[in-house]
Unconditional design. Structure first.
Length: 368
């Protein structure tokens, strides 16, 4: 079976690309010939390409901007019309128009559209996109019900050709690990008596990092034992460093940059903070739970991925002191407990999720 997977870019900081990479590396690629059409890896980020190519995925990397990618995709579809399945990871209104081109140029392929975002409000343009998606795609997936409804329409989850494809993670990587916790904390000079809050992701508007700094400032004012470790980079890093300096927290906020050993960092944290302005169903929230790390997220983060009692929510209009008090109350003390029985039962184990996706591909291709 020949499959075209369409993602956003090859950088491992992208939650969508981590999902794509995780899925492909757990699929039985002896049964599926997979082409990945994707934007090039952004500068400064680690690329998922080496691992995927080693597994046998053929990668078509194009310039990571909307206009060039759209042109390149049309050209690719003109030259490659023999796909059985096109699996399109989308989070945009423009993506609906891309589906029209896919349907016209590859009429024999079954088209799966896969939503990864919730970004209100739902405008008239989005309503139009809903209609186009529903008239062009064969099957609809969402990282959660809220993500499916936002990109494909309010009642999409009532259709038989919709399913939730949860952002599953690899239990072999994301699990409690006392040795990794000790190693990372020693690397950054975090003492046994100190508390470590952490964040993993892009330092951009979506993730709301300036709000995170205000939470930490309130937390640090209440208890000098707290430090904050930021894993990732992004366009707001300069503003964040300025906010850290303004609060006099230069010795208590640590910038780790982009890291590939995310499980070790999740284990090092006593608390994972995610005060996002908008999300789909963030992979990092599941990764944190896999490592047994307590999580405090904004209510703008859909609760689909809150599988365990580790996850707590507060609204962004709550006072920073309220966030700080909640953070202190739920933070762990020492190595983390295992919550994988709950995660696996809810379908968040990667191998199980990969088998479900393979069954979907087989069913759709068999129905051609």
């Amino acid at each position: 079976m020949k499959i075209l997977m369409i993602g956003n870019h090859l950088g491992v900081q992208s939650g969508v690309q981590r999902y794509v990479q995780n899925l492909l590396l757990r699929m039985d690629l002896s049964r599926y010939a997979v082409d990945l059409f994707v934007g090039a890896c952004p500068p400064g980020q680690a690329s998922s390409a080496p691992a995927l190519e080693a597994a046998g995925v053929r990668i078509f990397a194009v310039p990571d901007n909307k206009r060039d990618r759209a042109r390149a995709l049309r050209r690719h579809l003109r030259e490659h019309k023999d796909y059985d399945i096109i699996h399109y990871h989308t989070a945009s209104k423009i993506g609906a128009l891309a589906c029209v081109a896919m349907r016209a140029q590859c009429p024999r392929a079954k088209l799966i559209v896969h939503s990864h975002i919730v970004y209100p409000p739902v405008t008239l343009a989005w309503r139009a996109a809903h209609l186009i998606y529903q008239h062009t795609a064969d099957y609809f997936l969402g990282c959660g019900v809220a993500a499916g409804r936002f990109v494909f329409g309010d009642r999409i989850d009532q259709k038989p050709n919709f399913a939730v494809a949860c952002n599953a993670v690899d239990q072999n990587r994301f699990h409690p690990d006392a040795a990794a916790r000790a190693r990372i904390r020693a690397q950054y000079g975090i003492g046994e008596e100190e508390k470590l809050a952490g964040f993993v992701g892009r330092l951009n508007h979506q993730k709301n990092p300036l709000f995170l700094i205000e939470i930490f400032a309130a937390l640090a004012a209440k208890n000098p034992a707290w430090k904050l470790l930021l894993v990732g980079d992004g366009e707001m890093e300069g503003e964040i460093r300025a906010a850290v300096t303004a609060h006099g927290l230069q010795n208590r906020v640590l910038f780790a940059g982009v890291q590939t050993d995310v499980p070790a960092y999740m284990n090092a944290f006593d608390l994972f903070l995610l005060p996002s302005n908008f999300e789909g169903s963030p992979v990092t929230l599941v990764e944190a739970q896999g490592c047994g790390t307590p999580c405090l997220a904004s209510t703008n983060v859909p609760n689909d991925g809150a599988v365990t009692e580790l996850v707590h929510f507060l609204p962004l209009d709550a006072p920073f002191d309220t966030w700080a008090d909640k953070a202190a109350a739920i933070a762990s003390a020492g190595p983390h407990a295992d919550h994988w029985p709950q995660l696996a039962a809810a379908g968040y184990e990667l191998a199980t999720a990969a088998r479900r996706m393979e069954r979907l591909y087989d069913e759709l291709a068999g129905a051609r």
